[in-house]
Design a protein around this ligand. Structure first.
Ligand code: MG
Length: 455
């Protein structure tokens, strides 16, 4: 697929992604969603981005043009839109660029089961889009929009009923929360207050200019949160990305917890012998160790939630139990709750782990590995191809075991390196992990040098 990457459609607003293009995506999606029998209802939501309303208006027009009635649910986390879609049995369109910088926006498509569209369904939408094969209706049959106010609060209510409220409340936690000006600003403060926590916040006003920090919840963007944890003597810090389907944590000393360590802790608590979990090809040894300890099985996919969800569906269809899955970027799924990543739900499950022990102790179980990530920007497709070709050559020359599930992963036994183009930004990423920080750093730098050599 060309148009839909591993996370839907993304681009810089009014450069790569225009209102006209979003309207065409919506016409294509609406044409696929429409059953043909009665007027199809479609839910439409967005995150807090400055261009969100503009693109949501385009999407609403595109959907109406192919006869869909639109439930405009406003600004909300992606998992809240997914919850609405599932409850109402309607497909959905989410205008979001998730963790990308403020100038980006994008579109994510959700089925009437509340789950991201499958690859097959996305290919049907893409086929219609590229062929401009839109099921336009006559003027008298064009769709109507209505505002729906309850989607956010219904999502929070359902979430609160799905976690161990008593256990969390009994722990009497102070939670420092950084929704990063994103959609979680409108839901997560209430989630943690109603779970009985004392909640302090930073960057918690919805603001599409993201004045406090960029939407990506990575360590370099979370200095405010670490400070807030220390100054408020909080038990834990929680950060979301722009559409709040991810959660990243800070321990009670104000130290960043690697997303891979949190994933391993949550998976370790959830997995029983015989279970299966799914992660991506950049999986940390931390999760591998936790899965081994549980006597469970780990399956790997290419990076991106669509791939992970597709694999979970296949495993479930084959009768496997998959209680938890996800990636070290904070995007974690609990399929028994919902087949969707959910930052607030993930964080609530993490709070359950803090009933007996401080966050630093939970993280310490999964310490001992060091990760390095380098982003190499490229200007055009030729440069991207050259970078990947050199990665292929390096993989061939190396005596490490290599995997080409997604990019090139080299396993050295004590360490690994992965080279892979981002699905959402014009960068090739180099990942490395080792027990020894110098080893991780030198493996990443050696690979970077290989990629930049020649010319
Ligand atoms: Mg996201």
């Amino acid at each position: 697929m060309k148009v839909f990457g591993s996370s839907g459609v993304r681009g810089v607003a009014n450069e790569e992604l225009t209102p006209a293009f979003v309207g065409r995506v919506a016409m294509a999606a609406g044409s696929v969603y429409a059953t043909g029998e009665e007027s199809q209802r479609v839910a439409l939501g967005r995150d807090t981005r400055a261009t969100g309303e503009m693109f949501a208006d385009s999407a609403a027009a595109g959907l109406a043009a192919v006869g869909c009635d639109v439930d405009r649910v406003g600004v909300l986390p992606t998992p809240a839109l997914q919850a609405y879609a599932e409850r109402e049995g309607v497909p959905a369109v989410m205008v979001t660029a998730s963790h990308n910088p403020p100038q980006y926006n994008g579109v994510k498509l959700v089925g009437p089961d509340g789950v991201e569209l499958t690859r097959d369904a996305l290919e049907r939408v893409e086929g219609r889009l590229l062929a401009e094969d839109f099921a336009l209706v006559s003027w008298a049959e064009t769709g109507r929009s209505r505002r729906v106010e309850r989607a956010r609060s219904d999502y929070v209510d359902a979430l609160l009923e799905s976690v161990d409220r008593e256990r969390i409340a009994a722990a009497d936690l102070t939670v420092a929360l950084d929704p990063g000006h994103g959609a979680g600003s409108l839901t997560s403060p209430r989630v943690f207050r109603e779970l009985g926590c004392h909640v302090v916040t930073v960057n918690a006003q919805p603001d599409g200019h993201f004045p406090g920090r960029d939407p990506e919840p990575v360590e370099k963007n979370l200095a405010d949160l670490r400070r807030l944890v220390r100054s408020s003597d909080a038990d834990v810090g929680i950060a979301h990305d722009g559409d709040a389907d991810r959660a990243i944590f800070v321990d009670e000393t104000g130290t960043h917890i690697e997303g891979d360590a949190a994933l391993a802790a949550l998976a370790g608590a959830e997995l029983d012998a015989g279970d299966t979990t799914v992660s991506a090809v950049n999986v940390s040894q931390r999760l591998v160790d936790a899965v081994d300890r549980a006597g469970a099985t780990l399956e790997l996919t290419p990076i991106g939630s669509t791939n992970i969800i597709t694999r979970i569906r296949e495993l479930q269809a084959a009768g496997k139990r998959v209680p938890v899955a996800g990636e070290g970027n904070g995007g974690i799924l609990f399929p028994g709750y919902r087949l969707a990543r959910d930052g607030a739900y993930t964080a609530a499950r993490f709070l359950e782990l803090l009933a007996d022990r401080p966050a630093s102790a939970v993280a310490a179980d999964h310490a001992g590995y060091h990760n390095v990530r380098i982003n190499l920007g490229y200007e055009d497709d030729d440069e991207r191809a050259r970078l990947l070709e050199r990665a292929g050559t390096a993989a061939e020359r190396s005596d490490a075991a290599s995997t080409t599930l997604d990019g090139y992963r080299l396993d050295y036994g004590d360490a690994w390196v992965l080279v892979r183009p981002s699905g959402t930004e014009p960068v090739v990423r180099v990942y490395a992990e080792a027990r020894d920080p110098d080893r991780a750093e030198s493996l990443a730098r050696e690979m970077e040098a290989e990629l930049l050599a020649g010319g």
